[in-house]
Design a binder for this molecule. Structure first.
Ligand code: MG
Length: 245
């Protein structure tokens, strides 16, 4: 009796809500499986139990040069440093939708201006760049500063630490989907936290960034490598881990 009265009331509430122009509620299907147990790291920056550790400070075994051959960046004191001219490095493993944690530091000795100061980049699926740059008291175009989706979205705020200090990106990436003809039917999306601060809020990526024409999508495999950029500046990386979503 009580239940029936409740249902009646609920029906009335739904009916009046729909009448007011609101959307009908979803079907709320019950989840099919119990969420897996994951043991978090001791600190939030530590890899949880289901992460793939791509760089733990000791070697670049998960990486190779984008030009072929082993990754030729310098590894010492727990970090990997861009060796100018060695080229970008890419993971051997390929990924689609991911959560990524990556720490980086631009050179303590400040050199250059704008895009020439501490430039590197985290390329999701080898293509979509979250910019790495020394953006501490260093002006450049807004959609080219640290944490920008390069030439597409400026970060919501500038959460940069000083040059030489370690910084972190926590990235949630949704890979683009293409139809059989290669047309994008679901664009890539990215959320970025810079040093714990939200700077990209689920933005829709427009495709590949070009310097001389608008961004566009070119169809690619559902999984691709993570790529780190050699922009000629000795930027350092450490503690890189990734989770497949
Ligand atoms: Mg860059």
């Amino acid at each position: 009796m009580v239940a029936r009265a409740y249902c009646g009331l609920l029906g009335l509430v739904i009916a009046s809500t729909v009448a007011a122009g609101a959307q009908e509620p979803g079907p709320f299907p019950p989840p099919k499986a119990e969420p897996p147990i994951v043991t978090p790291g001791r600190r939030d920056a530590d890899p949880p139990s289901d992460a793939i550790v791509l760089f733990n400070g000791r070697d670049l075994g998960h990486w190779r040069s984008a030009n072929g051959g082993p990754a030729a960046w310098t590894v010492k004191d727990g970090y990997a440093e861009v060796t100018a001219g060695a080229g970008d490095i890419v993971t051997s493993e390929k990924f689609g939708d991911v959560q990524l944690h990556i720490e980086w530091a631009t050179p303590a000795a400040v050199k250059g201006e704008g895009q020439e100061r501490g430039n590197s980049g985290v390329f999701l699926m080898e293509r979509y760049e979250v910019q790495v740059l020394d953006s501490y008291e260093n002006k450049t175009y807004y959609h080219g500063q640290a944490g920008s989706v390069y030439k597409q979205y400026a970060p919501l705020v500038n959460a940069s630490r000083k040059p030489g200090e370690w910084q972190a990106y926590d990235i949630v990436f949704h890979a683009p989907r293409f139809d059989e003809q290669g047309k994008v039917i679901d664009r890539a999306r990215v959320t970025v936290f810079h040093n714990g601060v939200l700077i990209q809020n689920n933005v829709e990526i427009y495709g590949l960034t070009y310097n001389d024409r608008p961004a566009l999508y070119i169809a690619h495999d559902p999984q691709a490598s993570l790529r780190l950029q050699d922009h000629g500046n000795p930027v350092r990386y450490r503690n890189i881990w990734i989770r497949r979503l």
